[in-house]
Ligand binder design. Structure first.
Ligand code: SF4
Length: 285
């Protein structure tokens, strides 16, 4: 069965590559899609449904929405769109929005606490609906932005995993859109007439957020170097630990190696010579 449009073909290829590269979906899986109503989660559920109908393996899809409780959140549109497409849908109303308002001081970015709270609710729903995988709509742009955010502001060299087993080993979170750009996700949601709704969170779209700053930086770089995002994504999968400074990865050269390369060429080492100070002392300037 042919794909309906060139964009769908591209998304299908990229998503299939991610599924294969990171072993994201297996035969018999029940995949729970975290559906916020944003373009990314719509693009995700749509392309997974397309792939599900063509895949050589059998898997099912269920959508779960975590409603943060903001006024004017148009959750009915999610219910209607899923019903029209025959997608199983559940909505969990929460008070996450109010919790964020209470807990956070002015000027503090709420997104990481918000993500943690919503993740907890998603885990509970995964158990409830018998999901074997939890699929999130993070795309290529999210991966490279997170890499730079951690590099610039958190002192860590990390992005996010395409496949993550939860700390208690009970859940597997997958990100099948890792190779799909934000522009492709936006276009695909539009092409499929999916009702993109805002989360109504006050922080959403705040141009002062560090993420927005990083997004603008990447956009500027891309004008000069169109392959900059592709290069960053490649870098996340092409780590060279010996060229980093993390001593957990490079605990130092082992003693035997040092003796073989530094001391043995000089002749036998007298018994009364202490090897460690000799090996670690700096040569005279
Ligand atoms: S923008 Fe709002 S809804 Fe989105 S992660 Fe941040 S706090 Fe949560």
């Amino acid at each position: 069965m042919a794909y309906r449009t060139p964009l769908e073909t591209r998304l299908a290829k990229k998503t299939t590559k991610a599924i294969v590269d990171f072993n994201l979906i297996e035969d018999g899986d029940r995949v729970m899609v975290g559906l916020s109503g944003g373009k990314d989660s719509w693009a995700l559920i749509q392309i997974l449904d397309v792939l599900r109908q063509r895949a050589p393996i059998t898997f099912s899809i269920v959508a779960v929405n975590i409603d943060s409780g903001y006024e004017n959140y148009q959750h009915q549109q999610l219910t209607d769109a899923c019903a029209a497409r025959g997608w199983e849908f559940h909505r969990q109303p929460t008070t996450i929005g109010a919790v964020l308002d209470d807990k956070l001081d002015v000027g503090v970015t709420p997104c990481s606490l918000c993500a943690r709270l919503r993740r907890g609710v998603l885990y509970r729903w995964a158990t409830k609906v018998g999901a074997t995988k939890i699929a999130l709509g993070h795309h290529l742009d999210d991966f490279v932005e997170t890499l730079l955010l951690n590099l610039f502001f958190a002192g860590a060299l990390k992005a996010m995993p395409a496949r993550l087993v939860s700390d208690n080993q009970a859940h597997i979170v997958i990100r099948p859109l890792v190779y799909v750009t934000e522009a492709e996700a936006r276009g695909y949601a539009r092409e499929n007439d999916l009702p993109v709704i805002g989360c109504c969170c006050p922080a959403c779209g705040d141009l002062g957020l560090q993420r927005q700053r990083v997004k603008r930086l990447i956009m500027e770089l891309e004008r000069e170097h169109p392959s900059v995002k592709a290069s960053m994504l490649k870098a996340i999968g092409n780590v060279m630990p010996r060229h980093l400074l993390d001593r957990r990865l490079n605990p130092g050269r082992d003693l035997q190696d040092l003796v073989a390369t530094e001391l043995e060429p000089l002749g036998p080492v007298p018994d009364d010579v202490q090897l460690i100070p000799l090996l670690t002392s700096r040569p005279p300037a």
